[in-house]
Each structure stands twice: as C-alpha cells, then as structure tokens.
Design a protein around this ligand. Sequence first.
Ligand code: GLU
Length: 452
Amino acid sequence: MTITRFAPSPTGRLHVGNIRTALHNWMLARQAAGTFILRIDDTDAARSREDHVAAIRADLTWLGLDWDREERQSARLARYEAAFDALRAAGRIYPCYESAQELEVKRKIQLSRGLPPIYDRAALKLTDAERAAKQAGGTQPHWRFLLDHAEPITWDDGIRGAQKFDPAQLSDPVIRRADGSWLYMMPSAVDDIDMGVTQVLRGEDHVSNTAVQIQIFTALFAAGFAATEGAAKALPSFAHEALLVGREGKLSKRLGSLGCDSFRARGIEPEAIIALLARLGTSQPVEPIADRAMLTASFDLATFGRAPAKFDEEDLKRLNAGIVHQLPFAAVASRLPEGMDAAGWHAVRPNLAHVGEAADWWKLVTGPIAQPGFSDEDKAFLAEAAQALSWGENPWGSLTAALKEATGRKGRALFLPLRQALTGMDHGPDMGELLPLIGEAEARARLAQAAA
Ligand code: GLU
C-alpha cells in the first residue's frame, strides 16, 4: 500500500513549486491505487491562517488533485507531546538556554575561524545546578534533538541515489521553542509514522532535514512509539527533486508567487499546468497531454534529473493552447458565450490560445461584423457569390467550387474576399465550419453588403 502526503504550511498561497510537489505525490499515490494525504502543517500559530487553508484546498480542487484524507498538525499536539516524552526518556532530547543573540555570536566566531557553524552542544555540558540556576533566573529552555554521531546517516534517494551524511557535521536541531510550540522537524516525522506514510517526495531543500528525520524516526521506533495501528513500522523511502528555477536559470521571486489565481486569470487550464509539471525536469518529453491517467501511468522518479528544472511561462502558454485544442465541449460549456454550441466550439477551438478567446471568434458568427473596403473587381465577385450561395450539406464547399468554376479564381483570390466579406477578418476558424453557424440568410446579407 502506497501512502504519500503533501504537507503545505498555510502561511501563504500555493506557488508553482509546491503545486509540483503536490502533483508528484498525488501521481505516486494514484498510480499505485494508494492514499494521498493532505497534511496542513500549521504548528506555527502566528503565521498560519485559515483563509490560506481554504485557498490551498480550493487550488488543489481546481487542479483536480483530490486527497483521500486531511490531517492538521494543530489537532495532533498530544501526539507530539507523547513523542517528545518518549525521546526525552530515551535521552535524545535536551534543554538549551542560549538566547538567539548568543547563538548568533557563536556562529560568527565559528565562521571567522573557518569552521562550519554547528551547534557546540554547550547545553549538554550544563550541570543540574547550572540548569536550575537558569530556570530560577526565569529562562525557559528550548529543546534540541541529540543526533547520534556513531554512524553515517545513509539512504537510497529515489532521485539522488545513494546519500550519506556525517551527523557530526549537522547541528542538533531545535525541535521545540521555549514557549512550548513545535518546529517542523519532529512533528513531521511523528506524522509520517502515525499516518503510515510509505514515500516522502519533496524538494531538495529538505535533503539535510531528511538526514535528521531519519534519526528521529529511528529513535521513535526504538522507543516503541510506533505501536499504533496503521503506523509505519519502517522508514519511508525518500526522494528529493531538484528545485524549479526561472527561465534565466535562477531561483526566481516570481516563481515563489506564481499560483493558481494568476494561472486562472491568464486562461491557463489546470491540465496544461499538470502536463508541464508532471514532466518538467524529467527525461520524458513535455507535451500537451490532456489525458491525466496517461501522464500518471508514465510518471517515474527514475526519469528525474538532478539539474534544476527550468519553468518557462512561454512553454506553459504553448502547452495551454495545445490542451485547449483538445478540450471537449462539455469541459468548457459553462465558460462559453451565450448561444455557442458544440459545433461553435469545434469551429473556433483550433484558433484559441485560451478558452476566453472563444467569445471573440463567436462575435464573427453573431455579428455585427466590420467589413473592409473591396475593389470593384472583388465587389463583382462577391455579388456573384451572393447569387451562387446554396444551402446544402457543405455550403462553403459548394460555394467555393461553384465560384472557382464560374470565375476561374483560385487560392487566395478566391478565398480571401469571401472570408473578409463573411467574417470581416483575414484569418480565423475554418470557413467550412463557420459558414453553417453564420446561417444562410445572414451569409447572403453579408455577401450582398460587401458587394454593394
Ligand atoms: N511544511 C513543510 C514544507 O512546506 C513540509 C515539508 C515536508 O514535505 O516534509 O516545507
């Protein structure tokens, strides 16, 4: 059974980077007929907002990324307390009393000596009396997880391959603040255990967190913490994807704010976003694939590269057009202008960059249209066209065939004046599809008007 999770912090809207993480976890779950969990990481009460939670749900829904289960960290504080107690009893958590300023000074000194800024574990060396004195002085401790330096931390990353970290090169992470609130590191591991998560897929900015969390998982297992039903009994597998960068190849501010509202406002279809993000950064071609089941079936971590994936809004626009050209009437009906039916949609669809443009082309059918001026020669030709118009199966085909025969015109000289007279435009949807929509009387009137 595959269980994946997407764990946004509701401190803002989803952006393209976390949409990608959500999508990939969704695909891993769906391709294995597993479970996809939406986990709201809202332990930071000051920065988490309910309107962001609602927006995250709305965005995922718009993208068609449905979740099987929703969890909130703020509802699970008792579990974190239990994990904390278990780890503390096992000697893996210790209190620290340094202020932020003291820690900053330590870091600066280390850096000035060319040393890595790793926490020096000074708090571990405090005697009971020293701790009591701090406490009596009114300093509440914050808490660190004691990393085990005995062995390297290793895992086989689903994207990055064999990983190896020397725990001595990492700071013991602060897992709990002095006010009792939780930092990300431990609750996430507790949740992954309790929820039986089998695969953790996230951005490579989390690689060193994974090293730490592997020790937290292991310590919790050793403390017998995972004895609940449905809980994981073993480490999940981990994979970290290269981050998204802008077209220029840099981490861009714009990507950090580009989200569903902006896509929707620009007429970008969810399926275009999905088609791009499913394959960007992989060795599989990015194509306008509207068939999500097909994209899901072909999703494969082994195809991911380690270079940053370039997100290009021009690619997205192109893909979007390709997707729009395939959308069935039923998928867009509610967004089309009044009176536009399936035949109308099929006629204009190949000309659209986004669905909103359908309204512009539909005006050519409903009129009124603005015709250009015609030469006397073209006027005579259009007068003849008005005469020749007959309304059968394929009025455009029979009209142009009759005129070709009668006037000897062909190609542009044959088609352009007709298109201009009938639509007011030099280009546009296929006339064979458009003319029946314009209708016989209106077509005749437009040709006559152009000839006058
Ligand atoms: N809330 C964390 C984040 O948004 C979750 C990371 C994770 O997937 O474990 O970065």
